[in-house]
Ligand binder design. Structure first.
Ligand SMILES: [Zn+2]
Length: 640
């Protein structure tokens, strides 16, 4: 008998002895990080409100209880009973019964009402019908990404369960080594922005954190071929953890599956959906630019199938010697600071991913409170000694000034923006500015994937700042549904009409002017001296955005009809309004470290230009007397 089977056997005996005699246990299994307990008495289980929680804390495991398939009531009857338990205001739109696992997925406009106080309505459902309910939100703005991901996972349910069972056994395998060490190897994004990738390794386990591309330098990918990563084969990796969906962190994850990786990706649920959206777009853009993409859309689906979503704050076993906890990073929807607890109290490492320290209109500021942390791997995008950003109020004032001046000239304001994050922040600023009369009412056109990304935001309001979440819960106050927002879905013709029309604001991808519909807007508006191109986000070195910002006014552009390159003379005003970045500025990064609890012993400054990482590293050393580093790519640090 394998050690995992033996472990499950012992768990079954222990659980049985903890339960009242009228509750039987027919099987216990691992599915990913969860322990699934099958019973013939699901109703009795649910009667004892606190039983599952008590078991979970006693066994220190995440526990799910499921009924044996043969004790289940008829789905048709169960449906009626469920609908009579759940309040009508919950807006249940779909019930999906899965006989093999005894689960029923309930889709509702207001999931909170299906869950009830501390899960009371969910327990009521199981008491009535025996099925195990799972609740998902009906997106208030229809999102094709969310529905595609949900349908795909439904269709792949069996295969996904196989993956989860395999991963579960992998996580709970017996530890083989009695050596102790913790190492981090840098595979990218050191002294540069982009291609984030790190390996965290112990004698037992190898975890890849992020796997991104480098905007403006498509050939430069993370050093995956080294022995610490895929050099020793794809099965060398135990797990992948994704901090957030931006392509400089996620673009090359599907490539792992092409190389034969078959393990889990841990991240939040919104990051899973956004990652799918952005990766498919990445393939699209590559194809349009005549590049051969490194993988195809089938690999994006594999990545989604292997994703195990975690909520902020859940402590999760991801290897025999590693526990992972995700915390809000304040950067984009679902973004996470990833905290790893290694061994039994041996060592703790936190990877910041990209962070925003202060609250923004969209998110609460990044979490920097941990039970323990010895090493912090910290982003340094704005770590340079002069990288102080305008505060949010001034930033908004400056933006409104640019808009008013352009409006008075009868021009248009063109804002290149990341589809995810800055666009939604802009939408909130513009909606309020027009509502309060600070700027004239005018249409705001959203081009590229911005509308779709916004729909995903409204699907996961619990990841947004508290007051914004409350507004989204009330349809008539949902700021993203305001009248002035227009989704450009008619292509070139509609763009031409907008370009010939009244003053307006256009938000368009890509955020660093590296392709996408923004190129088409530049063709339409680039020669108009009354219009303004307004940068509101970080422009990486080597991108067209950075070049325009630094004064280029002759820009190479593909001619739309012939595909030939020509040169466009840029006569638009070019403005940069800073203060809207999704990243903490120098002050924010220092504050994150200064107020961190506990303060780490060591900091690795990564994900920034060479001078930014070095500046930040030396400042943290001088101000807080910690050991700091500005690593290069392909360095390995040993911590224990
Ligand atoms: Zn990011």
């Amino acid at each position: 008998m394998s050690s995992v089977d033996q472990q499950l056997d012992e768990l079954r005996t222990e659980i049985t002895s903890e339960l009242p005699s009228d509750i039987s246990v027919s099987e216990v299994k691992y599915e990913g990080p969860e322990l699934v307990v099958y019973t013939r008495d699901p109703k009795e289980f649910a009667q004892q409100g606190d039983l599952i929680r008590q078991l979970a804390s006693k066994l220190r495991k995440r526990i799910t209880v499921r009924p044996d398939p043969d004790v289940l009531s008829e789905p048709r009857k169960a449906r009626e009973q469920i609908l009579s338990v759940v309040p009508e205001d919950a807006g249940v739109s779909d019930l999906d019964f899965h006989k093999d696992t005894g689960e029923v997925v309930i889709e509702a406009e207001k999931p909170g009402m299906v869950i009830g106080r501390h899960g009371s309505t969910l327990r009521e459902i199981t008491k009535e019908v025996g099925w195990t309910p799972e609740v998902v939100r009906t997106p208030p703005i229809e999102s094709s990404t969310v529905s595609n991901v949900r349908n795909f996972l439904k269709q792949e349910r069996d295969e996904r369960r196989d993956v989860l069972e395999r991963v579960g056994r992998q996580i709970h395998r017996e530890e083989m080594s009695d050596e102790e060490y913790v190492r981090i190897t840098t595979l990218g994004c050191c002294r540069e922005v982009g291609r984030a990738a790190f390996i965290l390794s112990t004698p037992e386990t190898r975890i890849l954190i992020d796997c991104g591309d480098k905007p403006g330098a498509e050939g430069e990918v993370p050093y995956l071929q080294v022995p610490e990563a895929l050099g020793a084969g794809a099965s060398n990796l135990d797990a992948v953890v994704l901090t957030h969906a931006h392509l400089d962190h996620s673009a090359l994850l599907p490539l792992l599956f092409k190389y034969g990786y078959d393990g889990p990706i841990y991240t939040t649920e919104p990051t899973r959906d956004l990652m799918g959206l952005l990766q498919l777009d990445y393939l699209d853009v590559a194809a349009k630019e005549g590049r051969t993409p490194p993988y195809d859309s089938e690999m994006v689906r594999e990545a989604i199938k292997h994703t195990i979503p975690l909520e902020y704050g859940d402590v999760t076993d991801i290897a025999p010697d590693v526990k992972l906890t995700l915390h809000n990073a304040g950067h984009i929807l679902g973004s996470a600071v990833c905290h790893f607890h290694i061994g039994d109290g041996l060592y703790n490492v936190a990877f910041s991913g990209d962070i925003h320290y202060d609250d923004t209109r969209l998110f609460n500021g990044a979490v920097n409170d941990f039970p323990r942390v010895e090493t912090l791997v910290l982003e340094s995008t704005y770590g340079g000694r002069n990288d102080y950003q305008t505060d949010q109020d001034d930033a908004e004032r400056n933006l409104k000034k640019v808009i008013k001046e352009t409006y008075e000239k009868d021009g248009k304001v063109l804002i290149p923006a990341f589809a995810v994050g800055r666009s939604q922040e802009m939408m909130l600023v513009l909606e309020e500015a027009m509502r309060s009369g600070d700027i004239p009412e005018m249409p705001v056109h959203l081009d590229g994937m911005i509308w779709e990304a916004t729909a995903i935001h409204t699907t996961y309001p619990e990841y947004l700042r508290d007051d914004l979440r409350d507004r989204i819960f009330h349809d008539d106050e949902n700021p993203f549904l305001a009248d002035q927002f227009n989704h450009i879905d008619g292509g070139e013709e509609e763009r031409q009409e907008v370009a010939d029309g009244e003053p307006c604001i256009i938000l368009s991808t890509s955020g660093m002017v590296t392709g996408g519909p923004i190129m088409s807007w530049l063709r339409h508006l680039g020669s108009d001296p009354d219009s303004t191109l307004t940068f509101v986000g970080y422009q990486a070195q080597g991108t067209l955005g950075r070049r325009i910002q630094s004064g280029w006014d002759e820009i190479p552009i593909d001619d739309d009809d012939t595909g030939r390159q020509s040169t466009l003379s840029l006569n638009m005003d070019v403005e940069t309004v800073d203060g809207f970045s999704g990243h903490a500025d120098r002050q924010g990064l220092e504050n994150f470290v200064k107020t961190m609890n506990p303060r780490p012993e060591k900091v690795l400054c990564v994900h920034g230009d060479e001078s930014s990482t070095q500046d930040l590293s030396s400042a943290l050393y001088h101000d807080y007397n910690m050991r700091t580093f500005a690593p290069k790519n392909l360095e390995t640090f040993r911590f224990v």
